[in-house]
Each structure stands twice: as C-alpha cells, then as structure tokens.
Design a protein around this ligand. Structure first.
Ligand code: GDP
Ligand code: IMO
Ligand code: MG
Length: 425
C-alpha cells in the first residue's frame, strides 16, 4: 500500500507518461488531478506507441482503475475520440471514472484561447490552443459547466444557454470573432454527455476507499513545475497547478496520504511555447539533441526548444514539490556530444551569483547560466539495465546532477520503451 505522485520538474514532456506506465505495473489506481488535453503523454511498449492526452497512463494495464479528478478540465469530444482510438487498438477503457466536479472545455473556450493569443500579438503565450486557460477562467469566475451538468441534459442546456450568450458577446464584440452556434452545440454535446455518463464517479471517495483497502495509488501529473500558474514562469505558464500541492486539491485527498513524490526530468531541458529559458541552445548542439531525441510536441507537433540541464530550476522543483526522488530520462539522447554542460547557478547582470530560481520574469532578466563542463560519451547505452552497466562518464554525470539537485536520482531512462529504465536502490 502506498501513494505516489509522478510530476514534471521542467517545462513538460519529461517522459511522465513512460514513468507512470512503468510504475502502474505495481499500482491499482492511476489518477489525473489537473490540466486537460493540453498534455501529451507517450507510452511505448514492445514497439507500440500510445499518445495519451486525458486518459491516465495506467490504461494499458487492464485491471488498473484510471481516475480523472475534479481539478481536470475535460474536453468531451476529444476524450471520446481518445477512448475510441484506444479501443480500436484493443485497449479496454472500462476502468475509467470522471469526477462530476471536473469542468468541461466547450467550443467557446477553444475559440477564445485562439482569439486571446492572436490579440496578444507578439506577446502571445504560445498555448496549445485547446481552450485550457478560458475553461479555468470560467471555473474560477464561477460560471463553468461541470461533468455533472454535461451528463444531465436539462441542466446542461440551461447552463450552456446562460453562459454561452455572454461568451458569444465577448467573441463577437470584443474580438470580432465568429459566435458559437449554441443550440447546435447543446445538441452535439448532449450526445457526448449520454455516452460519457457511465464514467461518472466521485474520485475523492474512490481514491480514499482504494487507500483504505490497501491499494497502491499513483497520481499522474500533467505539464510541469515551471508551467505552474504560481511557481512557473508566469505569465508563460498553464492555468493549473502541476506541482504536488495540486494533487490534493485536484483529487480531493489530504497531503498525509502521499508517500513518494517523483519529479521527472530530462538529462537536458526542453520547452515548447514561449517564455524564458535560461539554458536554451541556439546552436548545432541544440539541433542535434532535437533530432536525436525526436523533440517535437507530442500534442501539437511543434519543435521543442532545447537547452542544457539546469540545476537551478531543478532545485526549485525539489523545494516546491517536496520531491523524494528524481527520474532522469533520455540520457541516451546525449550520446555523441563531446562536452556536456550543466547549469549550476545564474549570474545576474551586476555579477551576483544566485542559486534560487527568481520568482519573477523581472528577476530572471539578464541572468546568465553559470556552467560546468563534463566529458561526453559515445556509447549506445539503450541496452543498459543497471547503473553499474553505464559507462563511467554517464555515472559521473548522473551523480553530479544528483549532488546539484540535492535529491536522490532513483531512475534513469535510456530509451522510450517501458523496459528501458534503470532503477537504483
Ligand atoms: P510527458 O508529457 O512527460 O509524458 O512526455 P512526452 O511523452 O510528451 O515526451 C517524452 C518523449 O520522450 C516521448 O516521445 C517518449 O517516448 C520519449 N522518452 C521518454 N523517456 C525516454 C528515454 O529515456 N529515452 C528516449 N530516447 N526517449 C524517451
Ligand atoms: P505534458 O503533460 C509541454 C505549455 C504550452 C504553453 C503553455 C500554456 O505533455 O508535459 P496551455 O495550452 O496549457 O494554456 O499552454 O504551457 N504546455 C505544455 N508544454 N508539455 C505539456 O504537457 C504542456 N501543456 C501545456 O506549450 O507554453
Ligand atoms: Mg508531453
């Protein structure tokens, strides 16, 4: 019996899906607490690759209960498409439950996401345009539509008419956009509601009961620490709480039930979308890593920005999340680079050295990464299954990251497949 969180420590796409899939082989329940279909989690098993957006990454195990908590924003149309896609590949989605409190992403959210981004001009956030920000805006403004409403046609129609009218005023009169056909939308989404009704379940209760019954529970983070609405690089962030604290509010569980908090990182750093990225590479090494690591968005296909491993953001992630362990993925991708760099601190414009990640963009402005250099490696490490099998330079690199992050590195990823992991301890 245990409860663990797996979350992102950088700017997303650290390989959380893979880690969840690995740990799910020993778990009974996997729970998503926040975010929506802005996530893209890849699970690779035996030559088969699955890209999940809303369905928890425990779905490949037929007996694992997969829960979607109150803190998630759910796009019903996309979610049904995802279920159908999995079913077409022989994966059963019968073990899914959605909390009635989860908010629904509707067409006007998607429309408003695109219109707001366009309105920001060159200062756009680079969102996934999945309507995530506008859906959370409605939730906090207390005019959102929840999963419970969606699966009760009369309530849904009434609420959709009430809030849709105002959203259309904003779309047309503020932005000059095309209004949503509310009646057609109600008809279409009522059908989705009917198909999804069987998945309703109180995730707070289900998780609590599972824990009381001695089950093993995994909480699957989406996005990442530096994309957190408070602890990320605001405003270049997402609209939810991907940090460990978000698990409690997003699922309806207390903090004392959590035993382990794994922070997933890459052996370098990536970011998709706009915003500060101190260790970003603009040279051929960045291109090499992007090509070798296939660094293109799982969800949107956008090329990911690439940079060196940044221990300043990692220490921030260790502190903000209370990490008990780190997983470093994609060490294999660094093979073939002569010299590896690790950022140990930032140097401010006035020459001061700082080791804590600044809380504001203004504080980050003018900060230059301070690097130390490590010898690279050429070996193909994708077949290594124990830490001892890794070449000495790789072991030294990982041990140095561990020292700088001030947290134990418990797993090292050497390839995308669920087998390609080295567990330490
Ligand atoms: P997530 O959003 O955190 O679940 O990560 P994504 O799935 O968006 O992106 C991670 C990518 O890296 C996927 O294509 C994974 O298949 C791949 N991946 C994960 N771990 C490793 C690893 O250790 N080595 C390599 N080469 N690829 C990995
Ligand atoms: P996973 O779970 C990487 C980024 C977007 C943009 C910002 C805001 O796969 O790691 P949003 O659509 O959420 O309003 O966009 O957040 N972003 C992600 N980047 N991985 C993700 O998810 C992301 N989800 C959102 O690119 O910069
Ligand atoms: Mg991803």
């Amino acid at each position: 019996m245990s409860a663990s969180i797996v979350l992102g420590t950088q700017w997303g796409d650290e390989g959380k899906g893979k880690v969840i899939d690995i740990l799910a082989s020993r778990a009974d329940v996997v729970v998503r607490s926040q975010g929506g279909n802005n996530a893209g989690h890849t699970v690779a098993n035996n030559g088969q690759t699955y890209k999940l957006r809303l369905i928890p990454s425990g779905i490949l195990y037929k007996d694992t209960l997969c829960l979607i908590g109150a803190g998630v924003v759910l796009n019903p149309k996309d979610f049904l498409g995802e279920i159908e896609g999995m079913q077409a590949r022989g994966i059963s989605c019968d073990n899914l439950k959605i909390d009635p409190r989860a908010h629904i992403v509707l067409p006007w959210h998607i429309e408003l996401d695109g219109l707001s981004e366009a309105f920001r001009g060159g200062k756009d956030i680079g969102t996934t345009r999945r309507g995530i920000g506008p859906a959370y805006m409605d939730k906090y403004e207390r005019s959102g539509i929840r999963f419970y409403d969606l699966i009760h046609p009369e309530i849904f129609a009434e609420k959709a008419r009430a809030t849709g009218r105002l959203r259309n005023e904003i779309i047309t009169k503020v932005f000059g956009g095309t209004p949503v056909d509310i009646e057609a939308m109600i008809e279409e989404y009522t059908e989705y509601g009917k198909r999804l009704a069987k998945y309703e379940g109180d995730v707070s209760v289900l998780t609590y009961e599972a824990q009381k019954a001695g089950k093993t529970i995994l909480f699957e983070g989406a996005q990442a620490t530096l994309l957190d609405i408070d602890y990320g690089t605001y405003p270049y962030v997402t609209s939810s709480h991907p940090v460990s604290g978000g698990v409690c509010t997003g699922t309806g569980v207390g903090p004392k039930m959590i035993d382990e908090i794994y922070g997933v990182a890459k052996a370098y750093t990536t970011r998709v979308g706009k915003g500060p990225f101190p260790t970003e590479l603009f040279d051929s090494t960045g291109d090499y890593i992007r090509d070798k690591g296939g660094e293109y968005g799982t969800n949107t296909g956008r090329p990911r920005r690439i940079g060196w491993f940044d221990s300043v953001i990692m220490r921030h992630a260790v502190r903000v999340n209370g990490l008990t362990g780190i997983v470093v993925n994609k060490l294999d991708t660094l093979a073939g680079i002569d010299t590896l760099k690790i950022c140990t601190a930032y140097k401010k414009a006035d020459g001061t050295i700082i080791t804590d990640f600044p809380p504001t963009l203004e504080g980050l402005e003018g900060c230059e990464p301070v690097y130390e250099e490590h010898k690279g490696f050429n070996d193909d490490i994708s077949g290594c299954r124990s830490f001892e099998e890794l070449p000495e330079v790789c072991r030294e690199y990982i041990e140095r990251l561990e020292e700088l992050c001030e947290c134990k590195i418990k797993m090292v990823g050497v390839g995308p497949d669920r087998e390609q992991i080295i567990e330490r301890d």
